[in-house]
Design a protein around this ligand. Structure first.
Ligand SMILES: Cc1cc2nc3c(=O)[nH]c(=O)nc-3n(C[C@H](O)[C@H](O)[C@H](O)COP(=O)(O)OP(=O)(O)OC[C@H]3O[C@@H](n4cnc5c(N)ncnc54)[C@H](O)[C@@H]3O)c2cc1C
Ligand SMILES: Cc1cc2nc3c(=O)[nH]c(=O)nc-3n(C[C@H](O)[C@H](O)[C@H](O)COP(=O)(O)O)c2cc1C
Length: 476
């Protein structure tokens, strides 16, 4: 008996060691790759002044384009530095000779979260900069269906010009990642490289980077209606498998997929991934949208209705660095969301749960606590993934769960009201180093949550949280 127990214990230890080794090996590989990429972009002593490639991005497209831009310039022999606009210091701009800025727009013509401090500290013109020695090129990312098309990119461009910066070329405006506009940007990079065209070797080596997103036929493996009987729009849980014969690609909690609806070529829709690769498939939470003309939304209609289980849909995965765990892996997490916003929070909770399970014995390195605040309409129909959430509560992954069911009582109760109710707890968690992740509706939820945060801990603390990457949002 004692021998079989000993053997079992040894087996667990062995499995644990193998698991740790695999995690370490993968981590080392990622670190090495990142180091190689970063080193490739470091300025060399005699290569001339560094070109600043600046990005202001919410869901990562602008950041992705910034890195592609930097790689192209590097291959053309130019020293480059990639930096988020919000991380920029005044001295960086005052000493630079060339800056390329890629800026998207959020809210109603506003800056992405990562550039909010730049908008406040730099663009408020009470402390103008003398940028007459700077040449600047701006690419504004946006969507013409919004009232303030490319609002922030235009404002950034105008600000640089007001500071005396010299335009390298006319601002390029990109409507929903229009490939023609991105090609125009790529061509303008030759102005910076000082060549009629980017050198051939740079072009060839870079073609793959600039080829545009590649969509592949993913298979819908399962679809479940999560909220039958709800007063709200139908929400579906989907499971998708990669193209036949291809392995499941890797991704991290917080990442997105892009789906191409057939009838709307070139205009993808984003969906936050609700699972980790360990689930063996990409899981999504999709709300069926009805357009004003009564038709189903193009992508959500395809995914939740027209596409049969077993059918194929053009899809690709996209990293969303701004909603990943990043440096917050060891911090307490405050997870706030509503509706399909639970998708991104669920992926983060799966990651925390896996981390806890891999900690043997659990007491040696307790996983930092998490607190979930989730809002929907009716507890009887809309408590999505209730079983999983309760299991995470029992396992200690979730220390607190606050459900806000707005239609269960006469007065409307939303997550922002529960957050305000728990103001003292919020202050304590933030003081203990918590990171705040918000996922779901921009209208109604994210703005109201932001207001409660600011009322409770103060504007200065909220701005510092954004700067430190401790306040991250995936809102739409
Ligand atoms: C970062 C991010 C993450 C997201 N994550 C999720 C998620 O996890 N789950 C989820 O369900 N959604 C998510 N979304 C929203 C999703 O990307 C889509 O916007 C949503 O599914 C609607 O797309 P659709 O193609 O179905 O609708 P569309 O066909 O694009 O219609 C959407 C709306 O546009 C208007 N509209 C557009 N054209 C017309 C027309 N010709 N006539 C009438 N009305 C029109 C209507 O008001 C309609 O309601 C996310 C969005 C972003 C940006
Ligand atoms: C919630 C939300 C609000 C947006 N608001 C605007 C807007 O006011 N004006 C605009 O031109 N584009 C707007 N966009 C479109 C984005 O700017 C565009 O999709 C951009 O390519 C995103 O780039 P990013 O991934 O780098 O953040 C909005 C997108 C979302 C999801």
């Amino acid at each position: 008996m004692i021998w079989s127990r000993l053997a079992l214990a040894l087996l667990f230890v062995l499995l644990y060691v193998v698991l740790c080794a695999a995690v370490w090996w993968r981590h080392r590989g990622l670190q090495r790759r990142a180091a190689v990429e970063a080193a490739a972009l470091l300025p060399t002593a005699d290569a001339g002044p560094t070109v600043l490639v600046l990005h202001a991005s919410q869901t990562g497209q602008g950041e992705e384009l910034a890195w592609q831009t930097a790689k192209s310039l590097h291959l053309a022999g130019m020293p480059v530095r990639v930096c988020a606009l919000g991380q920029l210091q005044r001295a960086d701009l005052l000493t630079a000779r060339h800056a390329l800025v890629i800026a998207s727009t959020y809210g109603e013509g506003d800056a992405p979260d990562s550039a909010a401090t730049f908008a406040r500290d730099f663009m408020a013109d009470d402390q103008p900069l003398d940028l007459r020695g700077l040449q600047v090129g701006v690419m504004a990312l946006g969507d013409r269906t919004y009232a303030h098309f490319c609002g922030f990119g235009r404002a950034v461009d105008a600000w640089f010009l007001r500071q005396g910066a010299v335009p390298l070329f006319d601002r390029i405006e990109v409507d929903r990642a229009d490939p023609a506009a991105i090609t125009a940007w790529r061509q303008r990079l030759s102005h910076v490289a000082g060549t009629a065209d980017m050198p051939d070797h740079a072009d060839q080596a870079n073609n793959a980077d600039w080829a545009g997103p590649i969509f592949q036929p993913w298979r819908l493996a399962a679809r479940t209606h999560l909220n039958p009987g709800s007063q709200g729009g139908p929400v579906f849980h989907l499971a998708l498998l990669p193209p036949d014969g291809e392995p499941l690609p890797d991704w991290a909690a917080g990442d997105l997929v892009q789906v191409l609806p057939d009838a709307d070529p070139g205009r993808p829709r984003e969906y936050t991934i609700a699972s980790l690769p360990t689930r063996g498939c990409v899981e999504l939470m999709v709300r069926q949208t009805r357009r004003d003309d009564g038709e189903l939304g193009r992508a959500s209609g395809l995914l939740t209705d027209q596409l049969a289980v077993g059918g194929l849909v053009p899809l690709r995965l996209r990293a969303h660095p701004g909603f990943r765990i990043g440096e917050n892996a060891a911090r307490p997490l405050i997870l706030i969301g509503n509706g399909t916003g639970l998708a991104g929070l669920r992926a983060h909770l799966q990651a925390r749960s896996a981390e806890q399970a891999s900690t043997v014995p659990a007491s040696t390195r307790p996983v930092a606590p998490a607190w979930l605040l989730f809002g929907e309409r009716q507890s009887a129909h809309d408590a999505h993934y209730r079983d999983e959430i309760e299991a995470w509560q029992r396992a200690g992954v979730l220390r607190h769960v606050d459900w806000a069911f707005s239609r269960d009582q006469a007065e409307r109760v939303h997550v922002q009201h529960l957050l305000a109710r728990h103001a003292q707890r919020l202050r304590e968690w933030v003081a203990d180093g918590a990171a705040i992740y918000v996922c779901g509706s921009l209208q109604g939820m994210a703005g109201a949550v932001d207001a409660v945060l600011r009322e409770t801990v103060g504007d200065g603390v909220v701005d510092a949280l954004i700067q430190q990457g401790r306040y991250r949002r995936d809102v739409y």
